[in-house]
Design a protein around this ligand. Sequence first.
Ligand code: ADP
Ligand code: ZN
Length: 524
Amino acid sequence: VTQVEPLNTDPLASCLQAVFGYRTFRQGQREVIDQVFLGHDALVIMPTGGGKSLCYQLPALLFSGLTVVVSPLISLMKDQVDSLKQMGVAAAYLNSSQSREASQQIFQQMHRGELKLLYVSPERLLMDSFVERMQALHISLFAIDEAHCISQWGHDFRPEYAALGRLRQLFAHVPIMALTATADQATRQDICQRLGINPYVLLTSFDRPNIRYTVAEKLNAANQLRQFIQAQNGNSGIIYCGSRRRVDEVAERLRLQGYKADGYHAGKTQEERGDIQERFLKDQLDIVVATVAFGMGINKSNVRFVVHYDIPKSVEAYYQETGRAGRDGLDAEALMLFDPADIGRVRHLIEQAEPGPQQQVEFHKLNTMAAFAEAQTCRRQVLLHYFDESASEPCGNCDICLDPPKRYDGVEDAQKVLSCIFRLQQKFGINHLIEVLRGSKSAGVVDRGHDKLSTWGIGKDKSHEFWLSIIRQIIHLGFASQDITRGSSIKLNPQARAVLKGELPLLLAEPRITLTTDVKRRGN
Ligand code: ADP
Ligand code: ZN
């Protein structure tokens, strides 16, 4: 460790400069670290590349005891520990790939108090023998990286993470810091609940202004992809597909077209996968066509584009996957090819699974993803809104902003929708709402007496899909919300008042007819 600058009297700033070589804290880092020193738990939500690691690495150096970092991937642990060692920090990792001698040596270092940071996998951490070992030591902090893995709401649930809920009971006085790059409201709550923490929450902006979001209707996917990639001038990119078969097929086609492309999925050996990842990092491979198996731990800063050839499983997954583009801060493209019929297919797959809460979660995720793809609103506004971040202005860097759909004065239509939600006492979902608006005489409507409501049939001159699009826009714009804890019923937000009273001008996008076929299928 280099010498601490004598002029700097702030120990945190000194350490930041002396050990890590940074002059200033990034947004949020200082706040989290201060809270940790007060002994509080923390939930740190920062986009990838935002600087989460420092939030526990720096305190670890100043604490007298050991900081234990839980991390899901061996490759991630190794990278972090290697770079810490380079900075002269006493760090180590324990995982199943190590020899007995290697782990014995680390245990000795631990017991002699020589280690500042220890990275472990969750299953390793909770082995009885290891818990006993830790209880004999002075542990200063538990840091749980990729904390969304604990939640079934997150995009990467890992059963081994679920057991981390025991930490609080086993180590009642050791603060816990949970860190993640993507966590919507439901995931955040779930993380805290499962870990038994009531933490200080740090939430930095999720906006990635250099990424241009485009959703294009999937017409002739092969041609569309070809055109898009031609325009990329040989830059690096990732193409996500929904199945292994599709991955192989697309990769093969790109190779035939002369691109340095390869396919990555869980059907390949560990060796093959490692090789692809390495060639991609070293710029020997331009395009990786992949399933979601290609993801966490990919630290390539100059990925210029990410294509979704098929619809992603959730908005979180979409955000995470597109987020691998443009980490260097330079312009990057995120293109999604959207075939509304894909939603029906994924829906069907989910229907095959065992009924239960997990299935409901999957349905909800898919619906939200579909709503994003079909949105007529600035993509970035929808994304940020999804993460409970408000963006009042359209971004100017997405397909909707750059090639806006036609707008019309939507006050009257919005009033019909909002007043119908009100008449339904905010207790029903989108489909029922549309049935009532369109004057349906289905049993579900008549049996509840909803055919007697004043709003029954006020929208019968328009199609189901028209209202679906309008309702989704109203939700995207924040006038109403879907309450997932109550069967996706729609409730009014305070802003709806001004629309209902006619005090707010409202431009809505004319629904695009192309969505019709899918919606019909879904209605059945
Ligand atoms: P995350 O885990 O949030 O994806 P990392 O912790 O890996 O992000 O940090 C991303 C990059 O930002 C790393 O290269 C790291 O060295 C750098 N970084 C972190 N904090 C600072 C800081 N205060 N000043 C400058 N660079 C920083
Ligand atoms: Zn936009």
